[in-house]
Write a protein that binds this ligand. Structure first.
Ligand SMILES: Cc1ncc(C[n+]2csc(CCOP(=O)(O)OP(=O)(O)O)c2C)c(N)n1
Ligand SMILES: [Mg+2]
Length: 679
């Protein structure tokens, strides 16, 4: 029966790829027994409720092998959950969906997408990302266990399993993640390495010859090997080794054959990413002892096999967990309430109490400063706001310093400050994994190094998860560190990213408003962009309240009667420059409006009437000021406007010299306004 079930996974993958005439049959054929043994005997997973919070997480980092996952979800009869977490009787992956593999609107896209298919724990495909996510999930499991478990009540102790290929292990992000996991001694993490000696272009030896086992031993992992992917007993033993290893993560190296059973394509890159072809499919099926002409065939007893394996084990484990939680609720109602809210993506009552209010101050402070104060106030109110920086916490001002905040250290997993080390990409992937496990997780680094974590941020956006990416040192305002550290094109690039909420607040009180928006933004990530250098805190009795941030762009200062001749617009540190220009031009008798524009995305969501009220079509004299690439500002300045921004990399010099060189000075803004006014 085991063999029949394994071959069902294989043939479903083969048939789906063949029918789509597109996809990757080889890895599912090689790995079917590995995944089968895991799901049947080890994975703590209830197919009747794929939202069970303490389920083990199964991550397919080798996302191209998606049919391996879809076939398993189908055969285990995993139920579908709606976006708000309601589980229905429908299957997450029906046979019809398998037949619609890679077709428009199907639940079976080419690579697994967590926001499309129930049971897909994270979106994978860009190699290495799933591995990185899995470290975040393991961090989350440890953090949750440490903070919510009580004697006799192990509410959170889930394990995280990740299937990685050669490609995953070649990627830098997986190396960062493995290094971090080893350092943190995450014994709840198990990576399964598909050592099949083949990659896309050809034999793996063309490009990959390091000793993976020694490398992982060096990371501080426990490493074991299974020399035959078809040996269920040895696989079972390897999983047992993982269960018994309580002081480090485990890597299981599995020697497998890509395209297993294919007479002409086994062990060849040809099995990697193309359908086998009708003739070869028949030969493979013959090899498996399968009816040659049967397609999408599930033999009698296979569904029952999964039902009696993972299904039964999962249902029992889930039921005993439910009973435990019912008791826990009685004994620890406050903690239970926290858990319930956290899992539902809600915030505690009073989550926004005691937020700082910053008094007007011409000298003001850097937005990284006001961010640090706001983040700390929020973290006091929201116990599951957890995160850290890639070794720049002191510069990012993201340390949580209130009493009891604590640090997340190896074997001391209670603290709120995670030290990601100089691993931006690994941090991005980990924060996504933590967020997928319902923590409100944040990362932090210099904005210029967003380039090092952008692939993970992009997946966060695709997955529609509320990850919080905090960046400081957001422009040439960095000064002497020079162009290697001065972002120019990054804001434009994130504005171009679908589903990414970008916020570049213009003073301390806008920072507070930005955080409020981010914390309430549940269906996508937020990128918060902050300065290193001080900027004035605007007098909000004189200028409009910072609450306008919620609309993305709002009028901060205006001409009498709301009838301006010229509009100055800015985000971030350039807002105060526009205000200064406003004062000067107004004193000259000109009619000026200043629009603060911390978020294009939020502004674009407003209705036409609001947009027109901020940017009346008949006011064509407009100037934008932003210490970032000019790209895109013409949308708001219009053809007759002027854009003050960056058209080159920055330079290494004291800030005042840079501001002069690149035109971010009062006189230049005033001159631009006069120019567009034509007088
Ligand atoms: C970041 C990234 N780069 C490149 C690819 C394209 N790609 C997909 S699979 C693959 C080869 C991976 O080889 P391996 O992990 O050994 O998978 P196998 O062929 O053994 O299934 C490549 C280059 C990708 N998906 N992601
Ligand atoms: Mg390979």
């Amino acid at each position: 029966m085991d063999q029949l079930s394994i071959n069902t996974i294989r043939t479903l993958a083969i048939d789906a790829v063949q029918q789509a005439n597109s996809g990757h049959p080889g890895a599912p054929m090689g790995l079917a027994p590995v995944v089968y043994e895991l799901w049947q005997k080890h994975l703590n997973y209830d197919p009747a409720d794929p939202t069970w919070p303490n389920r083990d997480r199964f991550v397919l980092s080798a996302g191209h092998a998606s049919m391996l996952l879809y076939a398993t979800l189908h055969l285990a009869r995993v139920k579908e959950a709606s976006k708000d977490g309601q589980v229905s009787d429908a299957l997450a992956v029906s046979m019809d969906e398998i037949k619609r593999f890679r077709q428009i609107g199907s639940k079976t896209p080419g690579h697994p997408e967590s926001h499309v298919t129930t049971g897909v724990e994270t979106t994978t495909g860009p190699l290495g990302q799933g591995a990185g996510n899995s470290v975040g999930m393991a961090i989350a499991s440890k953090w949750l266990g440490e903070n919510y478990n009580k004697p006799g009540f192990d509410i959170f102790d889930f394990n995280v399993y990740t299937v990685c290929g050669d490609g995953d292990l070649m990627e830098g992000v997986a190396s960062e993640a493995a290094s971090l996991a080893g350092h943190l001694k995450l014994c709840n993490l198990c990576w399964i390495y598909d050592n099949n000696h083949v990659t896309l272009d050809g034999p793996a030896e063309w490009s990959f010859s390091e000793d993976v086992m020694t490398r992982f031993v060096g990371y501080g992992w426990n490493v074991t090997r299974v020399s035959d992917a078809n040996d269920l007993q040895m696989l079972g033993r390897a999983y047992d080794v993982f269960h018994h290893t309580k002081d480090r993560p485990t890597l299981i190296v599995v020697d497998s054959h890509i395209g297993y059973g294919s007479p002409h394509k086994q062990d060849s890159y040809e099995a990697h990413g193309e359908p086998l072809g009708e003739a070869e499919v028949k030969l493979v099926k013959k090899n498996y002892g399968w009816p040659e002409d049967a397609k999408f065939f599930v033999p009698d007893g296979v569904y029952d096999q999964f039902k009696n394996g993972v299904g039964k084990r999962g249902a029992e484990a889930h039921a005993s967990w439910n009973a435990k939680v019912a008791d826990y609720k009685k004994q620890f109602p406050q903690l239970a309430d926290q858990i319930e809210r956290m899992l539902a993506g809600r915030l505690p009552d009073g989550w926004d109490k005691n937020l700082p209010v910053f008094p007007a101050d011409p000298k003001g402070m850097a937005t990284r400063e006001s961010s640090g104060k706001t983040l700390n106030a929020l973290a006091v109110n929201i116990p599951w706001l957890v995160g850290g920086s890639a070794d720049l916490a002191k510069s990012n001002k993201t340390n949580l310093t209130f009493e009891g905040a604590g640090d997340f250290y190896p074997n001391a997993y209670r603290g709120r400050n995670v030290h990601f080390g100089v691993r931006e990409h690994g941090m991005g992937a980990a924060v996504n994994g933590m967020t997928l496990c319902k923590l409100r997780a944040f990362s932090a680094t210099f904005f210029n190094f967003s380039d090092y974590m952008r692939p993970s941020m992009r997946l966060g956006a695709l997955m529609e998860i509320p990850a919080l990416y905090i960046f400081t040192h957001d422009s040439i305002g960095v000064g002497e560190d020079g162009p290697t550290h001065q972002p120019v094109e990054q804001v434009a690039a994130f504005r171009a990213m679908p589903n990414m909420l970008v916020l570049r607040p213009g003073d301390a009180n806008e920072v507070v408003e930005a955080y409020k928006i981010m914390l309430q933004h549940t269906h996508g990530p937020s990128t918060l962009i902050l300065t290193r250098q001080a900027m004035p805190t605007l007098d909000r009795t004189k200028y409009a309240p910072a609450a306008g941030v919620a609309k993305g762009a709002y009028i901060v200062a205006d001409a009498p009667g709301g009838k301006p001749d010229v509009i100055l617009m800015a985000s971030g540190s350039e807002l105060s420059l526009c205000i200064a220009a406003y004062e000067k031009l107004t004193a000259e008798g000109r009619k000026v409006r200043v629009v603060s524009m911390p978020s294009w995305e939020l502004f674009e969501q407003q209705d036409a009437a609001y947009k027109e009220s901020v940017f009346p079509a008949n006011v064509t004299a407009r100037v934008s000021v932003e210490m970032q690439s000019v790209l895109g500002w013409e949308r708001y300045t219009g053809p007759k406007g002027k854009i003050i921004g960056m058209r080159s990399f920055g330079a290494s010099a004291p800030l005042k010299d840079l501001l002069k060189k690149f035109g971010f000075e009062l006189d230049n803004v005033v001159a631009a306004a006069r120019e567009v006014l034509g007088k």
